[in-house]
Write a new protein. Structure first.
Length: 334
């Protein structure tokens, strides 16, 4: 599974530019599903037919946070805007890439006073990207305005943990792919959605389930982990304690029937899990709740440290339990 994690996380596909990651996922699953479709927005939808008449949908978003070029200076430095939730503080000194050109993010400060002020009150107005270009003309040729970029970071195997960019939510994609490969004839019909543009407003999930009669939708995504020094004291999720069953976040309250079903299956199949109440953020479950007349929806989350940085961290145990959980949900009648 680690090789698959490495493969997917090192692909560059920010929100709205998911072509490369979609192609890679299709290659992984095409021999294991009954149907594959790509809708008009770019969502990848794969179907595994079951023996029963109920349908469950699993969603993981393919996109990652990123950057886009907004302006180029006379000296060839890039001005940028975030694509999704990028913290400007995380960018300082980080390596990024645009069109395959790799560089570093810096910030302005002509005096010690201005430098200190900008460092304290950092905004995208004072950031720039240095790709080593010598002129505006060179930059405009290689990375014109409108070019999308991402962190330039690599997969690292720490044994029982892994670190990489874009584990949000390529790790959810990995969980869905591994589930697809483990299922033969599930009890339920299973729709696997690898969705687009979650990071900029749950766009893909808002339409992906529209053409299907879905009884239950489960978003598979990352969530914050509170097991680092002095992290938010009002949340309780931890690495190595299994996937979480979300009760609510800032975007949605999970359907009570869905939550109880997830708890029942986790107990029945002896899946180690945690309960999650997240005090910020949201997942694609909110998109499915608003589809047609509404789909009962919830979220299974993988606890993750350092979300939306170049170096996100997850526990392999939690990922493996997530796959076990999804397989069990597919094989137990709704």
């Amino acid at each position: 599974m680690k090789e698959l994690i490495k493969k997917l996380t090192e692909i560059t596909s920010p929100s709205g530019r998911e072509d490369k990651i979609r192609e890679a996922i299709i290659e992984e699953i095409k021999d294991y599903v009954d149907e594959i479709d790509v809708d008009k927005l770019g969502n990848l939808i794969a179907i595994k037919k079951g023996t029963g008449d109920k349908t469950i949908l699993f969603d993981a978003h393919m996109d990652e946070i990123g950057l886009v070029v907004t302006h180029i200076t006379d000296d060839g430095f890039l001005r940028i805007e975030p694509v999704g939730g990028v913290n400007p503080r995380v960018l300082i000194g980080a390596m990024v890439q645009f069109n395959g050109y790799v560089g570093v993010v810096g910030f302005e400060g002509e005096t010690v006073e201005e430098y200190s002020k900008n460092q304290t009150n950092l905004t995208f107005d004072v950031l720039y990207v240095d790709l080593g270009f010598k002129s505006r003309e060179e930059a405009e040729e290689k990375t014109p305005i409108g070019t999308f970029g991402t962190y330039y970071a690599h997969f690292n195997d720490l044994g029982d943990k892994v670190v990489s960019k874009s584990l949000d939510d390529r790790i959810g994609c990995v969980a869905l792919i591994e589930t697809i490969k483990k299922l033969d004839k599930p009890e339920n019909n299973v729709i696997f959605v690898f969705s687009v543009q979650e990071e900029v407003g749950l766009i893909g999930a808002s339409v992906a389930g529209f053409n299907y009669d879905v009884d239950m939708a489960i978003a598979v995504d990352v969530t914050a982990s509170s097991d680092t020094p002095k992290y938010f004291k009002r949340i309780s999720m931890k690495l190595d304690e299994g996937p979480t069953i979300k009760v609510k976040d800032s975007a949605t309250v999970s359907d009570r029937v869905v939550v109880e079903h997830l708890k029942k299956i986790a107990k029945k199949e002896n899946i180690k899990h945690q309960m999650e109440v997240l005090i910020f953020g949201g997942t694609n479950a909110a998109g499915y709740q608003l589809t047609k007349s509404g789909i009962p929806s919830g979220t299974i989350s993988i606890p993750t440290r350092y979300i939306h940085t170049p170096h996100e961290m997850v526990s392999m145990f939690d990922v493996e339990e997530t796959v076990k959980f999804l397989v069990a949900l597919a094989n137990n009648s709704l």
